[in-house]
Design a protein around this ligand. Structure first.
Ligand code: PAF
Length: 276
């Protein structure tokens, strides 16, 4: 497994060893089973898997957890080696953003859901992902469905900016408790973690309610707020029922999803589930 930090270094390496059919898995490190499932999905389409590890400063707003975000590079590299990854890109903020004046924005999808409380987040994500696409030039790139809004915004960028890259979505991986795997789960105390498993349990209740015939999205959103009261450490930031393209709907139909952000102390967790 080759590890490169420089942009010219990785480009030259890709050229030298004639690495083609690359599948990219962009990450911010602190790798867990969720990331490893994306790496395995990547390996199922090509043996030339490249993983990037970069805690991207431009996607964190003021007062967010950029400084505290877990950084476990040595352990991450060991895990990736075991997964048979061919190439890892580990740039620094200086390398990625020296004199950078350009920002990529989605004018529509980045202002809903997480974009309400994180107004600069998706601009930072799109800019770094576009840079990674241009540096690595993969044929495919893998993104997890836990960050469903991110996945959709990246798919749209690929279409709008004509990147010749196929986006592969990977399913959400959960703890046995149901809590969606996330690097931010490491911020939680045992008690908070226990209560946070209530998020998925409540999402499943909504799905059951829809299966019983309640197709009113406002009623389903209210039910989430109501049922989550059972977990006093959890505070709902948003709950929204939308179609799988993140559009408003008049009634719940095939492909409708529920999206939630919940605060547990100072940690913000997101999750989503297909309702029908
Ligand atoms: O999902 C993430 O870990 C990040 O947002 C990404 C896609 C690696 C961009 O920094």
């Amino acid at each position: 497994m080759k590890v490169c930090s420089g942009i010219d270094e990785i480009r030259n390496y890709i050229k030298e060893v004639n690495l083609t059919d690359i599948v990219l898995v962009p990450t911010m490190g602190a790798l867990h089973e969720g990331h490893l499932s994306l790496v395995r999905l990547a390996r199922s389409v090509s043996s030339n898997v490249c993983v990037s590890i970069f805690v991207n400063p431009t996607q964190f707003g003021p007062g967010e957890d950029f400084g505290a975000y877990p950084r476990t590079l040595k352990k991450d590299l060991d895990l990736l080696e075991q997964e048979g990854v061919a190439l890892v890109f580990t740039p620094t903020p200086d390398i990625m953003y020296k004199n950078n004046q350009t920002l990529i924005q989605n004018q529509t999808l980045s202002s809903i859901l997480c974009g309400v409380s994180r107004p600069i987040h998706f601009g930072g994500v799109l800019t770094v992902v576009a840079k990674l696409f241009n540096i690595i030039q993969p044929c495919w790139a893998v993104f997890g469905e836990k960050d469903y809004q991110q996945l959709k915004i990246i798919e749209k960028m690929v279409l709008d900016l004509n990147f010749p890259i196929k986006i592969l979505p990977g399913p959400i991986i959960r703890e046995t408790s149901g809590l969606a795997k996330s690097s931010r789960n490491s911020y939680l105390t045992d008690q908070q973690k226990d209560q946070a498993s209530g998020i998925y349990k409540t999402l499943l209740l909504l799905k059951e309610e829809v299966a019983k015939g309640n197709l009113d999205q406002k009623a389903i959103e209210s039910l989430f707020v109501d049922k989550l009261k059972k977990y006093p450490l959890l505070e709902v930031e948003y709950v929204k029922v939308l179609n799988n393209n993140l559009e408003e709907i008049s009634t719940i139909e095939k492909g409708t999803r529920v999206f939630v952000a919940v605060r547990v102390g100072s940690t913000r967790l997101i999750d989503n589930l297909e309702l029908l």
